[in-house]
Structure formats: structure tokens, C-alpha cells
Design a protein around this ligand. Structure first.
Ligand SMILES: NC(=O)c1ccc[n+]([C@@H]2O[C@H](COP(=O)([O-])OP(=O)(O)OC[C@H]3O[C@@H](n4cnc5c(N)ncnc54)[C@H](O)[C@@H]3O)[C@@H](O)[C@H]2O)c1
Length: 363
């Protein structure tokens, strides 16, 4: 960020989901100026850049990284590229924002933390659903002590993906997508569970491929013992004719339930049902103080700007992404070994260097 130009100058790399990022930056245009778009597919990138008023389009990340007037590079490329590209971005003296899944193993995650610490630049993983107003209200109720002891959380991700979705060459394969529904689809809903309750300490998971003819899983279920002692269950399918996402959290003082919109269920409305008239009043009084900030991508970018300016913790940190990668590693290892898995997972775990199940890696 330069003193003269208060806005952060961003380049977006990859114009699939990158288009949603571009819309997000426009919502907070007083903080960000998108100065370049990069995609190896120039035909795809040009109209997207034009739609967002970005005049510079390049097809090579190295060329982009030579530009002096770029502060932040936002990587929206396929997952198997993230680890190398993030390091290239930091090496060029720029901050990196990167789509999920951030990397492909806990070993890569820990390496990135070391690289970031010595770079003087920051890495922000994307978990945009955290900034929906519904889940932010629940976080406020917890912080204000209204919710009390957590008992049970249930998380459902019932989406629909058909064969044409897997026509994109990198999808559905361990080598390039690095996982299935747990990694690519339910990762957000499971991040939201940990955003509210913190990490699990033990889990058991089952995965299956039943919906599409792909290598990776498209159905899964898991039971979790959270570190706070509460219980959680996760259900995932990509074969649901009606698509929903749902979070339901039972606490001593209240039960919180999300709406079921599949892709924006962290936003309003959520219902909060209290255990007593007194708690009902406290919920109403607490929520009356709720200050809505921008949501989703714009919400994460908005907070990123403040965090950089004030040298504060980023709205999504590498530790958050590590927990998400740890959860993935534990679930795949449990499904592969038919055993429960204890967290946290350290360097001595058999899947520390890759969560890809041994049978799949050998195939
Ligand atoms: N946060 C979310 O809700 C969300 C939603 C969808 C996808 N994603 C993630 O975003 C990433 C991209 O997914 P997608 O669905 O947009 O994929 P996509 O295949 O639709 O788009 C990826 C783009 O990256 C470009 N690309 C590939 N290699 C490149 C390179 N070396 N340099 C520059 N551009 C390159 C491709 O040409 C393509 O246009 C994945 O990690 C995915 O998991 C996140």
C-alpha cells in the first residue's frame, strides 16, 4: 500500500470464481483498485476484465509479478497450483490472497507459515462464508455470554453436481482437485463449525463415491468430539435434488439455526430460540447492538484492508486454514483406515505430507 494511494492495488489471477472476487472488490471500491487480471486463457479473461473496467490482462503470472503497482495478488487458480504460486507472490514482495483449499497437505501448510514469517508479507486464505450476518450474530451472542455451554452441532451440505461439472479437466481427480466433496464443497460449512466452536479433538469419518463417475468422494459422514467437549455431526452429498446447507447449534442457553440456502446460509435469516424469557430478552438486546459489515467476499476483503492497515490479525489466518487442512487430513485418514483420528495432527502422522489415501495415490 503506498502512502499516496490509500487503496490497495490488486491483481486477480484466474477468472472462474475470480469473477466473484472481482464483484467483491467492486463492493468495497473505496479500499481496493483492481489493476490487472491474469489467466492463461486470454479469451476467457478479456471479457471479464472489460466487464470490470480492468484494462491490463496478462496470461503469465511471472509477467504480473513484475508489475510494481500491484500490492496484492489474489489467486483463484486450481488447487494444485496454490502452494507454488503463493510462494512466487510473496517472493515478488506482494501480499497473497488465495482460494481454498489453500494447499495440499499439512507439510505444505507449515512450510507456508515459515515462508510468510520471513517474507514481511501476508497470506490470507479465503473463507468468505464466515462473514455472513447470521453466523456473525451467533458469534456475537457467544462472545456476550448469552449462548453458554455448547452441546451439539449438526452440519448438512446437500448439494447437486452433475457429470458436466466434472468436464473441467482438473475436477474429480486426486492429482489435481486433491479431494472431493469434503475438500471442495463442504470445506466452508465445516470451517464455519470450527469458526463457532473451535477445533475437534477426535473424529470418525466415512466417505463414498456414489453420485458421479469420479475418483474422489461425493458423499461423506463424520462424527466429531470437539475440543470443548461438545458433539458434532457432518453430512455431505453432491446428489441431493434439493440443495441445502444447514447449521444447527445447540447451546445451554439457546439453539441457533441457519437458513438453508445452499451457498449463502451463513447470511440472514438465522433463528435464535432461547431457553427462557430472560435469555430471549438478552438475545434481543444483544442483536440490537449488531453492526452489519459487508458480507462474503466483500466482507473478507473489507476486513483484510483494516487488518493490514492496523497490523492486526487477518480476518482468516494461516492457523484457520491449517485447522481446515487438519480436518480434511483426519477425515480422509479415518475413512481410509476405518479408525477414529485424534487431533491435532503433527509431522509424525502418516498423512502429514499428503492427505491423499494410499490406494488412490498408488492408482
Ligand atoms: N470460495 C469458494 O466459494 C469457491 C468457489 C468455487 C471455487 N473455489 C476455488 O477456486 C479455485 C478455482 O476454482 P474455479 O471453480 O474458479 O476453477 P476454474 O477452472 O473455473 O477457473 C480457474 C481459472 O484459472 C485459470 N488458470 C489455470 N492455471 C493458471 C495459471 N497457471 N495462471 C493463471 N491462470 C490460470 C484457468 O484458465 C481458469 O480460467 C479452486 O481452488 C476452487 O476450489 C472456491
Amino acid at each position: 500500500m503506498t502512502a499516496a494511494a490509500e487503496r490497495l492495488r490488486v491483481a486477480v489471477v484466474g477468472v472462474g470464481i475470480g469473477r466473484s472476487h472481482l464483484r467483491g472488490y467492486r463492493e468495497v471500491a473505496d479500499r481496493f483498485d483492481v489493476v490487472a487480471v491474469c489467466d492463461i486463457d486470454a479469451e476467457r479473461a478479456r471479457p471479464v476484465a472489460a466487464e470490470h473496467g480492468v484494462s491490463r490482462v496478462v496470461t503469465d503470472l511471472v509477467e504480473l509479478l513484475r508489475m510494481d503497482d500491484v500490492d496484492v495478488v489474489d489467486l483463484c487458480t486450481p488447487p494444485h497450483l496454490h502452494f507454488e504460486q503463493i510462494q512466487q507472490v510473496l517472493g515478488a514482495g506482494k501480499h497473497a490472497i488465495c482460494e481454498k483449499p489453500l494447499v495440499s497437505s499439512l507439510a505444505e501448510m507449515d512450510e507456508l507459515a515459515r515462508v510468510e514469517a520471513s517474507s514481511g508479507r501476508r497470506i490470507m486464505p479465503i473463507f468468505q462464508y464466515r462473514f455472513g450476518h447470521g453466523i456473525q450474530k451467533l458469534r456475537l451472542l457467544i462472545a456476550e455470554g448469552v449462548a453458554g455451554t455448547p452441546y451439539l452441532a449438526t452440519v448438512e451440505t446437500a448439494w447437486r453436481r452433475r457429470a458436466e461439472y466434472y468436464a473441467v479437466p482438473w475436477r474429480g481427480k486426486w492429482a489435481t482437485e486433491r479431494g472431493g466433496a469434503l475438500l471442495s464443497h463442504a470445506i466452508h460449512n465445516h470451517d464455519l463449525l470450527c469458526y463457532v466452536l473451535g477445533p475437534p479433538r477426535r473424529l470418525f469419518a466415512y466417505t463414498a463415491t456414489r453420485v458421479n463417475a469420479i475418483e474422489v468422494e461425493d458423499c461423506a459422514a463424520a462424527t466429531l468430539e470437539m475440543a470443548d467437549g461438545s458433539a458434532a455431526s457432518l453430512g455431505v452429498t453432491l446428489g441431493s435434488p434439493e440443495e441445502i446447507s444447514r447449521h444447527r447449534f445447540s447451546f445451554c442457553g439457546l439453539v441457533a439455526e441457519s437458513n438453508t440456502r445452499p451457498y449463502t446460509n451463513s447470511g440472514d435469516p438465522w433463528t435464535f430460540v432461547a431457553d427462557s424469557p430472560e435469555l430471549s430478552e438478552r438475545i434481543a438486546a444483544t442483536l440490537a447492538e449488531f453492526r452489519p459489515l459487508p458480507e462474503h467476499y466483500a466482507g473478507q476483503f473489507y476486513r483484510f484492508y483494516d487488518a493490514l492497515r492496523e497490523s492486526k490479525e487477518l480476518p482468516v489466518s494461516l492457523a484457520d486454514a491449517r485447522l481446515s487442512v487438519e480436518l480434511i487430513t483426519a477425515m480422509y485418514y479415518s475413512a481410509e483406515s476405518h479408525q477414529s483420528v485424534t487431533l491435532p495432527i503433527g509431522a509424525d502422522h502418516p498423512r502429514y505430507s499428503s492427505w491423499i489415501p494410499r490406494d488412490a495415490a498408488a492408482a
